[in-house]
Design a binder for this molecule. Structure first.
Ligand code: NAP
Length: 320
């Protein structure tokens, strides 16, 4: 089979398309014919070698993929050959024509969701779901600011927040990103490249502030975020690419909090909760993964460059 292999940590050019043996499922494993693989920012940090998780070399990147079950190992009961599935984690990497996953890492893909969309489920929707339900413990009457609403996690958060009944404010940095965030359910959108846009956000809340901020770029925004919160507000740090200084007094006066998490650290109960919630939303159409760009598997290095550039508009997926 064809697979992307990384033999050394480094820039996007270390992603090489190679011919490797197709793996065979052992007991408890599932072999999936991957039709599309989702590209997430963490895969670029891991490839560069500066992520806390360092896979042994060589490795095939990717956790998110969607396709059809090719074969199952002994004892697997949850799925069988020809089932349509998406993966949340894999044992062998999703940037490949076939991927091995544990039985519990594959999940049914509802008929109305195509494979490209299925490649954009686990990391984006899992993260957004966990942030809103488990971390922020959002209530329907609250207001959420999705700070970075045009990318994979942001659009998932907009759709989930809207389905929960929240008032959803979103930011993006291009007209296209703003339009997609609005189309996918944001009640109001703001340009995070425009000077003074934070004042517009405050005004949109009648100067009360927002209850929840889902933050995609904390190193840039965290200090100002603390000034946008209502009383008892919560900032959930999802993404950060550096250090930042804040004034804790902004939190104290508001009884506000800042929390952070990584999807790797969720509990099995939370994970089961997330997949059940995502499946229901995909089935009833409230969750609709947005594919912004499709590239062939061979162009994985281009995908790794482009995912870190401004101008997000949904997911980048590799067609395998
Ligand atoms: P993505 O698809 O590349 O989207 C990036 C988002 O960040 C876009 O909406 C982009 O908007 C926005 N952005 C750019 N500049 C911004 C600014 N100054 N202020 C606010 N937002 C800004 O990435 P993603 O998959 O959504 O992931 C977003 C971040 O969360 C990444 O850093 C990723 O590593 C992290 N993440 C963390 C977890 C976790 O477990 N904690 C899980 C998934 C993702 P424009 O392009 O429109 O400017």
């Amino acid at each position: 089979m064809k697979a992307i292999r990384v033999h050394e940590f480094g820039g996007p050019e270390v992603l090489k398309l190679e011919e490797v043996p197709t793996p065979k499922p052992s007991a408890g494993q599932v072999l999936v014919r991957i039709h599309a693989a989702g590209v997430n920012p963490y895969e670029t940090y891991m490839r560069a070698g500066n992520y806390p998780l360092k896979p042994p070399l060589p490795y095939t990147p990717g956790s998110d993929g969607a396709g059809v079950v090719e074969a199952v190992g002994e004892g697997v009961k949850k799925v069988r050959a020809k089932d349509r599935v998406y993966t949340g984690r894999t044992a062998s990497g999703s940037y490949a024509e076939y991927a091995l996953a544990l039985e519990e890492e594959v999940h049914p893909l509802p008929a109305k969701v195509d494979f490209k969309q299925g490649a954009g489920i686990w990391v984006p929707y899992g993260t957004a779901y966990h942030a809103l339900y488990h971390q922020a413990k959002a209530h329907a009457s609250e207001t959420v600011l999705v700070h970075g609403a045009s990318g994979g996690v942001g659009l998932a958060a907009v759709q989930i927040g809207r389905a929960m009944g929240l008032s959803v404010l979103g930011t993006a940095g291009t007209p296209r990103g703003l339009e997609i965030a609005k189309r996918e359910g944001a009640h109001a959108v703001f340009d995070h490249r425009k000077a003074g846009y934070q004042d517009e956000i405050l005004q949109a809340t009648g100067n009360r502030g927002v209850d929840i901020i889902l933050e995609m770029l904390a190193n840039v925004n965290l200090s100002h975020d603390t000034k946008l919160l209502a009383n008892n507000g919560r900032i959930i740090v999802i993404g950060s690419r550096g250090e930042v200084t804040i004034n804790p007094r902004e939190l104290m006066g508001r009884r506000a909090s800042i929390r952070g998490f990584t999807l790797w650290g969720i509990t099995p109960t939370e994970e089961a909760d997330i997949h059940a919630g995502i499946f229901a939303g995909l089935e009833n159409g409230t969750l609709r993964p947005v594919v912004g760009k499709e590239l062939p598997l061979a162009d994985a290095s281009r995908a790794h460059k482009e995912i870190l550039e401004p101008g997000s508009a949904g997911k980048i997926v590799l067609i395998c």
